[in-house]
Each structure stands twice: as structure tokens, then as C-alpha cells.
Design a protein around this ligand. Structure first.
Ligand code: GLU
Length: 268
């Protein structure tokens, strides 16, 4: 009798262990079946990168209408690392307000778009190593009396929707009247026609306007550190792509190519 009970217990344990093993195996199997995004890019034959089209010198149109800039050069370096051909690349225009959606919904494989790494964004996407550090400042008319963020209290200030500068301004100067624009050129137009007293954004982007137009100036103060990095979707299936992107950025830094690119685009 005692022996029979022991045999039954042994059978029950064996059944539980076997079922557990198969369930776990099935789980692992499903994980492995998830389409790997790196493999999907290889199968497709080209990489899709979300880039800016109005942000000199990172992503903008040259006089022939061709997209160019530092971010575009980095996108080409990534395409070259994947395909040994930098032209296996499709560039899709993104703005600060739609770049995360275009990435998370799969419209683009990666985002290289003057995008700052922030803890809030890290909840939604993964970031590569940083390839550039900018800082937030102000662009004002040459004759403006504004010399710091504090002077913006009660004033109409232009921001680009979805940028870190928009968030920082609302936090640091809650009494400023924030006017949002979709593109930098629209905000610049509003500054020129007096609708707004200042634009706040990254120094590297605003500098271009100050260099080309003596009726506006950029302040010397910086209110934040803005490390730019490449955005990749979260998840195990995107790990290989992120590793590849990181490898490219590390290589650009180690072999000093990144400094040559900064010089090419007037960034240092
Ligand atoms: N780097 C800032 C950001 O990620 C602003 C630059 C931009 O993307 O226009 O929000």
C-alpha cells in the first residue's frame, strides 16, 4: 500500500515537471519566434531612418533639395555598417512631436533627429550612446533687452512642440506665454514679425539663425545639457539593431571620425 502511494506521488511529480518543461519551452519558443528587427531590415534591403528636414546642420535640405547634415551622415554610417552600402537607406521626415510615434509604430527603424535622451523618453524607447551634446538657450532680436530665462516672465515665447525646451520653459518660467510651432522656420518667422519675443531651443539649432541674420542674436547662457542619441524601439527583438547602432557610434568616436563630422558641419 505504502509503495503504491509512493509510486503515485512519483508519477504526479513527473507529470508536473514534464508539463512545466513543455510550458517553459513553449514560452522560450514564442520569444525566439518574435521577428528580429535587424533581420527584418536585412530582408527588406534597406534601413528606414526618421530624420529632421528643417534643422540645420543636423537634418535639412541643401540647395538641390537633397537631405543632408550630421544626423544624415550618421544614418548613412549605420546603413553602411549593415549593408556595406550607405545608400541602402530611406529617410523619413520626423518632427519633435511625431518622432516617438513614428518609431514605436514601426514607420521607421531608428530615429536620428537631434533627439535628447531624457528619462521620460527612456520609458518609451531605447537610446544609443550619445553622439553630441547641445544646451538649451534663447534666440532674441538683436535689440532685445532679454538676457536670461527670467526675463521671459509674462512674455510671448516660441517653442517647437514636443521639445525638451518646451517642457523646461513651462517648468522654469511658468508665467511665460508659450506659443508652440511645428517647425523652426515657423518660429523664426514669428520672431521676425514680432509675434514672439524669443525662441527657446538647442544652441546648435538656434546658432544657424544667428549666423545668417544679424538682426537676431543667441544668448551665451545655457540652461540644460542635451545629449543627442539614436532612438530604437524597446524589446528583445530590437537588441541586435541597438548593438549595431552603438557599434557604429563607438567606432565614429574611437577613430575620431565624429570630430571630422563636427568640423564638416561647423559644430566645433
Ligand atoms: N534636442 C531637443 C529635443 O530632443 C530639441 C531639438 C529638436 O529636436 O528640435 O527635444
Amino acid at each position: 500500500m505504502k509503495k503504491r502511494v509512493l509510486v503515485i506521488i512519483a508519477i504526479v511529480i513527473a507529470v508536473i515537471l514534464t508539463a512545466g518543461f513543455y510550458l517553459w519551452d513553449g514560452y522560450e519558443g514564442r520569444q525566439l519566434e518574435m521577428p528580429d528587427s535587424y533581420q527584418a531590415i536585412l530582408d527588406r534591403g534597406y534601413l528606414i531612418a526618421g530624420v529632421k528636414t528643417d534643422t540645420k546642420p543636423f537634418g535639412f535640405k541643401d540647395k538641390d533639395g537633397k537631405l543632408t547634415g550630421l544626423d544624415i551622415d550618421i544614418a548613412k554610417a549605420i546603413a553602411k555598417a549593415i549593408f556595406r552600402n550607405e545608400n541602402r537607406l530611406k529617410l523619413v521626415s520626423v518632427t519633435p512631436s511625431d518622432r516617438l510615434i513614428k518609431l514605436t509604430t514601426g514607420e521607421v527603424d531608428i530615429v536620428i533627429a537631434t533627439m535628447t535622451v531624457t528619462p521620460q523618453r527612456m520609458d518609451l524607447i531605447d537610446f544609443s550612446h550619445s553622439y553630441f551634446i547641445a544646451g538649451q538657450t534663447l534666440l532674441v532680436p538683436q535689440k532685445s533687452k532679454i538676457t536670461s530665462l527670467a526675463d521671459l516672465a509674462g512674455e510671448d515665447v516660441g517653442v517647437i512642440f514636443g521639445t525638451t525646451a518646451e517642457k523646461n520653459l513651462r517648468t522654469l518660467v511658468p508665467t511665460a506665454k508659450v506659443l508652440g510651432y511645428r517647425t523652426y522656420d515657423e518660429a523664426y518667422e514669428a520672431l521676425k514679425n514680432g509675434t514672439i519675443k524669443a525662441i527657446t531651443s538647442d544652441d546648435t539649432i538656434l546658432r544657424n539663425y544667428a549666423l545668417n541674420d544679424k538682426s537676431v542674436k543667441m544668448l551665451n547662457k545655457r540652461y540644460s545639457k542635451e545629449p543627442y542619441a539614436v532612438g530604437v524601439r524597446k524589446g528583445k527583438e530590437n537588441k541586435m539593431l541597438l548593438e549595431r547602432v552603438n557599434f557604429v557610434i563607438k567606432t565614429l568616436i574611437v577613430n575620431n571620425s565624429i570630430n571630422r563630422l563636427y568640423a564638416k558641419w561647423g559644430l566645433r
